[in-house]
Design a protein around this ligand. Structure first.
Ligand SMILES: C[S@@+](CC[C@H](N)C(=O)[O-])C[C@H]1O[C@@H](n2cnc3c(N)ncnc32)[C@H](O)[C@@H]1O
Length: 482
């Protein structure tokens, strides 16, 4: 009997690749378990490794050769050594040794009992995850990119590092994000909200970092307990599966805990629709089989946050960090025109009183009154400007301009050059020292004003129109008073 030749429409290689990946995983876990990689930071022979591990030389040689073929280890002559990546992450001598975390995650999310679990429905929605041990095991993982990327994003979100902030990390596990946040934003306070079991681990980690004064650990159930309030940022990373009840109600709870204009950062992988599979379904299948619900879909989240008065503000995308940022609307219904006028008067008073403020850029030579440094800026922006133009641009009298120019000239910050066309006038330029002051001043503004620019650039057009309209009216008012 002749068998019909299958016409190749599909390729089965994927299934063989799965076997390969499975065996590669078994190989890697056994090698981590044996602690092979910690002996390969410097080149060593199979014989030396076998002796250190108390194993058979021939068998170890086979193991090492396979590790080489999978790209975990390199080989030159008879010597084996870790690749740079393996040295960083799989050797116990490294500060970011991930071996224990990998072994723990494999055990925690194992699908060994998959078939038997399919026969019965889960008894309760309780998860069987050991989050206490996960928190302990995942500390080095946090420092292999997540913390670094998180801080980068936070520095963009809150450009003024001196602004004291209040943040909440819900189900924050290790507490490392909160700990690193307060280290980078001095004067800020962080709260980590965790289940009682994990909270004791978080507390220990906070103590190890000596951050007890800046990081509070609250223990409880975020579904039922009060979360505190007036936060500038709430982090919800990998926790939305554990929300009980309506996700819209939970989002409302988080929104109420935020101050106006505060941010909610949601980290996790979500399906587009309720009927789609979440992208990382496989990693968490063991939990789902135990009754942990699937996370909400993007569409459910969209509806829930909108209902809660939160608006999508940004997508934070980094190599190891992906999050959706929402912002609470700034709507204070109790606000009346009197409040705005009071803030305006406070602003004008502060500007009037700051006239005598001195800007010190690090030495007596580089210390300026506001009027002086702004004149330097104007001359830098318009090289060759006449003194009469300066008087006009600043709206001040010529004698006042001359007095300031005289001082700047004596301090060798500006130079005067005769005007070729009109010998009675002179043109103004900055000297090298003047340019140094100009650059210091520019940097000063870049650092200090960024928060205001960021605030305005996040604002919808109708609100910007309202602010511009108010400022035009205010300028008119000052003209009328003058
Ligand atoms: C998947 S882990 C995420 C940990 C951390 N946020 C991260 O992104 O690495 C979920 C965390 O939520 C905590 N958690 C789950 N349900 C909770 C609840 N009802 N109240 C407080 N914490 C809870 C767990 O203890 C666990 O630490």
């Amino acid at each position: 009997m002749t068998r019909l030749m299958y016409q190749m429409a599909n390729n089965p290689s994927r299934y063989y690749q799965v076997i390969h990946n499975y065996q590669e995983a078994q190989l890697l876990f056994a090698a981590i378990h044996l602690n092979v990689f910690s002996h390969l930071d410097t080149p060593a022979t199979a014989e030396a490794i076998a002796e250190s591990l108390n194993c058979d030389k021939k068998q170890i040689e086979l193991l090492l050769l396979t590790l080489v073929s999978c790209g975990f280890v390199s080989k030159i002559g008879d010597f084996y050594a870790n690749t740079p990546e393996t040295k960083d992450f799989l050797s116990r001598n490294s500060e970011v040794f991930l071996g224990e975390a990998l072994l723990f995650r494999e055990k925690m999310t194992s699908l060994n009992e998959l078939e038997s679990k399919l026969k019965t429905s889960p008894k309760s929605r309780s998860n069987n995850y050991d989050f206490e041990d996960l928190a302990k095991a995942s500390i080095p993982e946090m420092y292999t990119g997540r913390v670094q990327s998180f801080l980068e994003e936070m520095q963009k979100l809150f450009p003024n590092p001196k602004r004291p902030l209040r943040i909440l990390d819900l189900g924050g596990g290790t507490g490392i994000l909160a700990i690193e946040f307060v280290k980078h934003f001095p004067g800020s306070k962080a709260t980590v909200f965790e289940t009682p079991g994990v909270a004791s681990v978080t507390n220990q980690i906070v103590r190890q970092h000596h951050e007890e004064k800046h990081v509070d650990v609250l223990s409880g159930n975020f579904n039922t307990d009060d979360l505190g309030g007036s936060y500038d940022l709430i982090i919800a990373s990998g926790i939305l599966n554990f929300v009980e009840g309506d996700i819209a109600c939970f989002m409302q709870k988080l929104s109420s805990a935020l101050r106006d204009g505060g941010y909610l950062l949601v980290i996790g992988q979500y399906a587009d629709h309720k009927y789609d599979a979440p992208p990382n379904m496989l990693s968490w299948l063991s939990g789902f089989l135990n009754g942990v619900p699937l996370p909400p879909s993007d569409i459910e989240m969209e509806r829930a946050v909108k209902k809660a008065g939160l608006k999508a503000a940004d997508v934070l995308e980094n190599t190891l960090f992906e999050g959706q940022l929402y912002r609470k609307g700034i709507t204070d219904l109790s606000l009346c025109s009197g409040d705005v006028v009071r803030s305006f008067i406070e602003l004008t008073e502060q500007i009037a009183n700051s006239r005598t403020n001195v800007l010190d850029f690090g030495s007596e030579n580089l210390t300026f009154y506001r009027g002086e440094i702004h004149m330097i800026k104007m001359i830098g922006d318009f090289p060759g400007i006449y003194s009469a133009e300066l008087a006009r641009k600043f709206g001040i009298t010529r004698p006042v301009v001359h007095k300031t120019l005289q001082k700047l000239s004596e301090r060798e910050l500006i130079a005067k050059e005769d005007d070729q066309k009109d010998k009675k006038r002179y043109r103004l330029y900055l000297t090298e020292k003047g340019w140094t002051a100009y650059r210091f001043h520019q940097r000063y503004h870049e650092e200090n004003d960024k928060a205001l620019f960021d605030y305005l650039s996040n604002m919808p057009g109708d609100q910007l129109t309202a602010i511009k309209g108010f400022l035009d009216q205010a300028i008119q008012l000052i003209h009328n008073h003058a």
